[in-house]
Design a binder for this molecule. Structure first.
Ligand code: SAH
Length: 232
């Protein structure tokens, strides 16, 4: 996907796009390639592939959620900043918190945020389950792309949400575990599931939109080992 194709595809999602946003993405893609030579950030560094599989893919979340109406967003297991940093570039209204367990990626994110002069964006070096224990019921939206199995993600993602908040899980093929037991325990329900194919290469994507119905029991999330040994 070249820049012109990217612009068209983003407009087709209903998102307006400026030259400033494009130049921020160009810098971001260059930094990703540069840093990736020293630390492992992503398997994808070819510019056209980054624009398709990281930047465009991150923005597809608007298929299930109007981000203009969202205040606070927490991106769990953000890695090199997907979708969190891309969403911040296009929706500067968002107060974004990025969480990742790997310190090298945190350093990269801090550098990118500074280079792109983004504000109201915080980077947290933590495991999601620990961060969720300390920050219960704090966010309007939680996002997570390619993180954990669905029930495991639900256990720490839902605790972070305010009541009526949405967790958007961005995944490849639909999960083998539909999370029904976890959803019951966490008083949440699936609001919407959208499946589509990425343009050009036609790989499958699934967006699962979960809404939190009531406050989460203090029992959840459990400790890392317990979650790992027996997911909900
Ligand atoms: N969301 C990014 C990265 C996906 S890879 C993308 O779609 O490109 C998963 C990332 O989650 C890695 O960066 C890993 O360090 C982080 N991670 C895995 N388990 C985690 C946990 N329990 N808490 C926080 N981060 C975690």
């Amino acid at each position: 996907m070249n820049i012109e194709e990217f612009k068209e595809a983003v407009k087709a999602l209903g998102i307006s796009i400026t030259n400033e946003e494009i130049s921020k993405l160009e810098i971001y893609a260059a930094l990703l390639k540069e840093w990736n030579e020293k630390i492992n950030l992503t398997a994808i560094t070819d510019k056209n592939q980054v624009f398709l599989k990281h930047f465009y893919d991150s923005l597809t979340i608007v298929k299930v959620l109007d981000l203009n109406k969202v205040d606070s967003l927490c991106d769990l297991g953000t890695g090199a900043g997907f979708p969190g940093v891309v969403l911040k570039i296009f929706f500067p209204n968002l107060k974004v918190t990025l969480v990742d367990a790997l310190n090298k990626r945190i350093k990269f994110l801090e550098y990118v945020i500074n280079k792109l002069s983004l504000n109201n964006i915080t980077v947290i070096h933590a495991r999601a389950e620990e961060y969720a224990k300390e920050n219960r019921e704090c966010f309007d939206v939680v996002t997570a792309r390619a993180l954990s199995s669905f029930p495991v993600l639900l256990e720490y993602g839902i605790a972070l949400l305010k009541v009526n908040g949405h967790l958007i899980a961005m995944r490849g093929l639909n999960d083998s575990n539909d999370g029904s037991n976890a959803l019951k325990k966490l008083n949440s329900k699936i609001n919407n599931i959208i499946e589509f194919e990425l343009p050009f290469e036609n790989s499958r994507r699934t967006l699962i939109d979960v809404v939190k119905l009531t406050k989460t029991s203090i029992k959840y999330p459990r400790r890392y080992v317990e979650i790992k040994n027996r997911s909900l």
